[in-house]
Design a binder for this molecule. Structure first.
Ligand SMILES: *Cc1c(COP(=O)(O)O)cnc(C)c1O
Length: 363
């Protein structure tokens, strides 16, 4: 399978005006202000990847029998393009996203995309939509590569055709009003992932099945759901779209291990590496929900935070379940959380040394 397929670049004939663009990116929020262009690449069994192009963002035309609409054979990624302190544009660890995309593709019996095509498509889109970087604190362009089963066929089997796309949106902060800490609801009735399931794949189906729990949390006044393991309903796994970390009184940090039911977050892995570089004691070990409560109450746990590309690092304040609630530490951002976040953001912005070569400059 050759990765050296040509990329056609067809600039939009009707880009959004500079004035309108400036208005839209002044306070972009997350996931709603889209840029002018998109990438599409097609795959057909026997023919491979072809027809790669960057073109005007436009609606899709799909046959109603398109496989993804029936059997949810779909995967996605999420990564950000940043402006470095010196003004250059950069991606953060895009090869890690490319590798995870293919791990997700294998689990969902989909065609793998050569890593160079994944990275090249992100690069092309950022280049052509470079005027969409919001000039706000923490501003970035959020890239959403994704792939759908595009064969029109109702038989139950892996699709023989795929459509890979990348769209981009201007991004400010993820949580409204840049909340200092989020409150969590411990889901009692719903699991996110089970052994042998798709928990480690970044597929839309995982999100579809988690939305009822998220809706329940929001209805009860909480920000996010924390999911426990499906077998014992006891071991803390992750949030609907973010991994979790615990900071202990002795300065050590802990996160649940990648057991197959947890999404291997790139932010999670980056923070583990930064923490080890800083000489912190780091554990990837199971942690039970009742232990979290006991440790928060006794003071053995002093901070907890969630992490992911979209929201970066988010402190956890309060944790609730039908049996009651508890507060972690002082209920706001803690020192270790803040330090790890600042280190990660500094590397992403080109303001700190990058010993692991995570930052890929685009110009
Ligand atoms: C994407 C995602 C994460 C975070 O991964 P990052 O690579 O850090 O953005 C965590 N959990 C779930 C379920 C996810 O889909």
């Amino acid at each position: 399978m050759s990765a050296n397929i040509p990329f056609a670049i067809i600039p939009s004939a009707n880009p959004i005006s500079a004035q309108e663009r400036a208005d839209r990116i002044a306070a972009p929020g997350f996931g709603k202000v889209f840029t002018d262009h998109m990438v599409t690449i097609r795959y057909v069994e026997g023919q491979g990847w072809h027809d790669a192009k960057v073109h005007a963002r436009q609606p899709l035309v799909l046959d109603p029998a398109t496989a993804v609409l029936h059997y949810a054979q779909e995967i996605f990624e999420g990564l950000k393009a940043y402006r470095l302190e010196d003004g250059a544009m950069a991606l953060f660890r895009p090869e890690a996203n490319a590798q995870r995309f293919n791990a997700s593709a294998r689990r969902m019996a989909m065609a793998e995309l050569p890593e160079e095509l994944f990275i090249g498509s992100c690069r092309q889109l950022v280049q052509i939509d470079r005027d969409w970087f919001p000039d706000v604190e923490g501003g970035s362009i959020y890239l959403r590569p994704f792939m759908i089963a595009s064969e029109a066929f109702l038989g139950v089997k892996p699709s023989s055709e795929y459509l890979y796309m990348v769209i981009a949106s201007a991004a400010g902060g993820y949580f409204k009003s840049g909340a200092p800490a989020v409150s969590l609801w411990v889901s009692q009735d719903y699991s996110r992932a089970a052994p042998g399931g798709t928990g480690a794949a970044k597929c839309g189906g995982n999100y579809a099945s988690s939305l009822i729990a998220q809706a329940e949390a929001m209805k009860l006044g909480h920000d996010q759901v924390v999911f426990l393991d499906a077998a014992e309903n006891r071991w803390i796994e992750e949030l609907g779209g973010m991994n979790l970390f615990f900071v202990f009184e002795d300065g050590s940090i802990q996160t649940p291990p990648l057991s197959g039911t947890i999404l291997p977050g790139i932010t999670r892995e980056s923070l583990l590496t930064i923490a080890r570089d800083e000489g912190l004691t780091v554990r990837e070990e199971r942690y039970a929900i009742d232990q979290w409560e006991a440790d928060a109450k006794s003071g053995r746990i002093v901070e907890s935070f969630a992490c992911g590309t979209a929201a970066v690092v988010t402190p956890i304040g309060k944790v609730s379940s039908p049996s009651g609630s508890f507060t972690v530490g002082a209920g706001g951002p803690g020192q270790v959380t803040q330090r790890l976040k600042e280190k990660l953001v500094s590397i992403q912005r080109g303001a700190a040394a990058d010993p692991h070569n995570w930052v890929m400059r685009l110009d």
